[in-house]
Ligand binder design. Structure first.
Ligand code: PGA
Length: 247
């Protein structure tokens, strides 16, 4: 049985006080044992967030980390810094990092290798842009992203990897991929994992969908064969986020 995962990406939202208040408001309804629930909060709010979820099964994650151990990298956070405050989950290669911070597939690969080396649980984000979808090259784009990101990542680290398929045109736009479109790309990703590793690796890895997931569409998306949950932005900042976890 694959692990179900529903993660909240709060992006650059909520101050310290708002973070703690919101967590206190939703934590009981989001607490579950059969689904991995992760709140990806801005780095500055990680420590109070970790404190606020104590006593629940909710995990706190970081939205990004550097691929090196330490050094002169202004504005960055390292794996050791995260581990030191009890944070194992990290988002790698979110499209907003790729787009606004020029992160390439090669950077993403270095981060995946660093996460593996440090024993962190990485959610690798992949997905095509609207132009790429229109050019009918979604499969090629996603295949390249997955293959490059996992290059050199040993099979034993796969248990600490989740893959999120997030088509860029669906992020924050209110436009969701159809259930079939999302399923098709998640199936493709599983096939690539099978090609790169083996069938059991492919069957065991959790692959989730992101891009305008909400409480109305979550149930049908998560019911698709190769979709094991979701990465949720906008709708995770609402008190009824727990409805998506239940879905
Ligand atoms: P959205 O964001 O749910 O607001 O579309 C998803 C994401 O960026 O992970």
């Amino acid at each position: 049985m694959r692990r179900k995962v529903v993660s909240a990406n709060w992006k650059m939202n909520l101050t310290l006080t708002q973070t703690v208040e919101f967590i206190n408001e939703i934590k009981d309804s989001c607490n579950t044992t059969d689904t991995t629930v992760v709140f990806y909060v801005p780095a500055i709010n990680i420590v109070p967030a970790v404190e606020a979820v104590k006593g629940t099964n909710i995990q706190i994650g970081c939205q990004n980390m550097h691929f090196l151990d330490n050094g002169a990298y202004t504005g960055n956070v390292s794996a050791d810094m995260l581990l030191a405050v009890g944070v194992k989950h990290v988002l790698v290669g979110h499209s907003e990092r790729r787009f606004y911070h020029n992160e390439t597939n090669e950077h993403v690969n270095k981060k995946m290798l660093q996460a593996a080396k440090k024993g962190m649980i990485a959610t690798l984000c992949v997905g095509e842009r609207l132009e790429e979808k229109e050019q009918n090259i979604t499969h090629e784009v996603v295949a390249l992203q997955v293959k490059t990101a996992l290059h050199g990542v040993h099979r034993r680290h796969l248990k600490n990897i989740i893959i999120a398929y997030e088509p860029l045109w669906a992020i924050g736009t209110g436009k969701t991929a159809t259930n079939e479109e999302a399923q098709e790309v998640c199936r493709l990703i599983r096939e690539i994992v099978c090609e790169m590793y083996d069938i059991s690796a492919a069957m065991n890895i959790s692959i989730i969908y992101g891009g305008s997931v909400n409480k109305e569409n979550a149930k049908e998306l998560f019911a698709m064969k190769d979709i094991d949950g979701g990465l949720v932005g906008g709708a995770s900042l609402k008190p009824d986020f727990s409805e998506i976890i239940k879905a």
